[in-house]
Design a protein around this ligand. Structure first.
Ligand code: GAP
Length: 445
């Protein structure tokens, strides 16, 4: 675990996890691109989530809905009227800030007053010490026009959460699957918010990704289901390698909850820049289905009652950041190690020839690498013959590769290789024919 965001940002840039967006044009503030290793880690997080919550359960189905929806969706969901933050401008330097209810700078997430008790409160402009004007409500919905005419009838919004499509498609899902209440719909996808104060690397951006479940239940079962999802979320955090001593549950008081919520818990994490929201769990009651399926003929066809909803929600980018800061270990002065769970590692194995200028070893190592690549699409092995073996270990440790396979002279005699464990640095001698099952067994743990 590290408490240095600089170390994470630097590793991400240096090794191809995350780059500043549009860099060669001077960048675009708070936009980030996931590089070759970053996209692997991010996809592994999403795959693990999908397999855990969709494929391994028989009460949840998936959805991949359009990102831009009819604006009436956002009217019914309350986002056009309620999804706003108070914004104030410094009268002296004209910098703009997001304020909380007592006109102090807020550094937390919507809704405005979910404040971390440790966060710093300021009433003067941190840039120049000037005074603020009165806060104005600023809607966070990101607007654009659909079609060639930029008129008010053509205004549409990028979705600020993936959730709404799962309510709007509720009846379609009910009609086309054999699901009955209780059941859930899951979705992974981009969301957009015109945040006033994005920052802290990929923690708060205007374009980000969510993994959300809308779980439909009978009203009387909400507490039981809420508790079920609270536990599931904690198990997920453990599964991705977060230490639960760095997770803090924050019960959000009624006055501070989002407009749709009857109960919310935030799961906060000790990020390198302080304790901040990682995930949320909300009881949305029947707010959304009641608003979307208000009028006949839809009202009659929903079900005989409006199901209630428990919503566990996960930010993908915040997961990525929490996973990286948890896994980062430079306590051993001789190396930096990303102690990623093997399932999340961009490469599960690296294959080396002991020496790059021995053609027999190189060709044998390449054969093994290609065999592993063909055998298992989950392994995503990498071949490396640069520098010496020590440097290659160092380089693979830094990107979290859990196993390094070395082809040496003994390999040419007895068809065995050494497999080095990233965390212990211990080596096993393994038959090439057993490599697939050896790695599969280790990775599944
Ligand atoms: N559907 C409910 C919902 O969207 P939220 O608490 O506003 O609730 C859910 O967002 C999660 O999405 C957060 O817990 C966080 O992980 C992530 N998230 C929200 N805003 C974000 C932003 N601007 N940048 C990155 N992640 C964000």
């Amino acid at each position: 675990m590290t408490d240095s965001l600089d170390k994470i940002v630097s590793l991400c840039k240096r090794r191809g996890f995350v780059y500043p967006g549009s860099e060669i044009y001077g960048g675009l503030s708070n936009s980030w691109d996931y590089g070759p290793l970053g996209v692997e880690l991010k996809n592994n997080i999403k795959k693990l989530w999908w397999s855990r919550f969709v494929h391994r359960r028989d009460d949840i189905v998936g959805l991949d809905a359009a990102l831009i929806m009819n604006p009436k969706v956002w009217e019914a969901s309350g986002h056009l009227s309620n999804f706003s933050d108070p914004l104030s401008e410094c009268v002296k330097c004209h910098m703009r800030f997001r304020m909380n209810e007592s006109s102090q700078i807020s550094n937390s997430q919507f809704p405005i007053s979910k404040q971390n008790p440790n966060s710093k409160k300021e009433t003067k402009c941190p840039n120049c010490g000037g005074k603020f004007d009165d806060p104005k409500q600023f809607n966070l919905m990101l607007k654009t026009f659909l079609g060639p005419v930029e008129s008010s009838e053509n205004i549409v919004y990028f979705r600020p959460e993936t959730a709404q499509a799962m309510f709007v498609d509720f009846k379609n899902v009910l009609d086309t699957t054999r699901k009955t209440i209780p059941f859930g719909i899951a979705q992974i996808g981009k969301a957009f918010r015109n945040e006033i104060t994005p920052g802290n690397f990929i923690f708060r951006t205007r374009e980000f990704e969510q993994m959300e479940i809308e779980y439909f239940i009978k009203k009387e079962n909400w507490q039981e289901s809420f508790e079920h999802w609270r536990k599931e979320m904690l198990l997920w955090m453990e599964a991705i390698g977060l230490d639960l001593k760095h997770i803090h549950e924050l019960e959000i008081p009624a006055a501070e909850r989002a407009h749709y919520s009857r109960r919310t818990i935030d799961f906060e994490f000790d990020f390198p820049f302080g304790r901040k929201e990682l995930y949320g769990l909300a009881y949305r009651g029947d707010f959304d289905l009641r608003n979307h399926f208000k009028e006949p003929p839809y009202r009659e066809v929903v079900t005989e009652f409006y199901p209630h909803v428990i919503e566990p929600t996960w930010g993908v980018d915040r997961t990525f950041l929490a996973v990286l800061s948890s896994a980062y270990d430079d306590s051993d002065k001789s190396r930096t190690v990303l102690k990623l769970k093997p399932q999340l590692a961009p490469y599960k194995a690296a294959v080396f020839p002991l020496s790059a200028n021995k053609p027999d070893l190189v060709s044998k190592a390449r054969d093994i690498y290609l065999q592993l690549k063909a055998k298992s699409y989950q392994l995503n092995p990498v071949f490396d013959d640069r520098g010496n073996v020590g440097k290659r270990y160092y380089s693979q440790d830094e990107i979290g590769t859990p196993f390094c396979i070395t082809v040496d002279y003994q390999t040419l005699e007895d068809e065995t290789v050494t497999v080095r464990d990233r965390d212990t640095t211990k080596q096993d001698r393994v038959k090439i024919s057993d490599l697939g099952s050896y790695l599969a067994d280790k990775i599944s743990k």
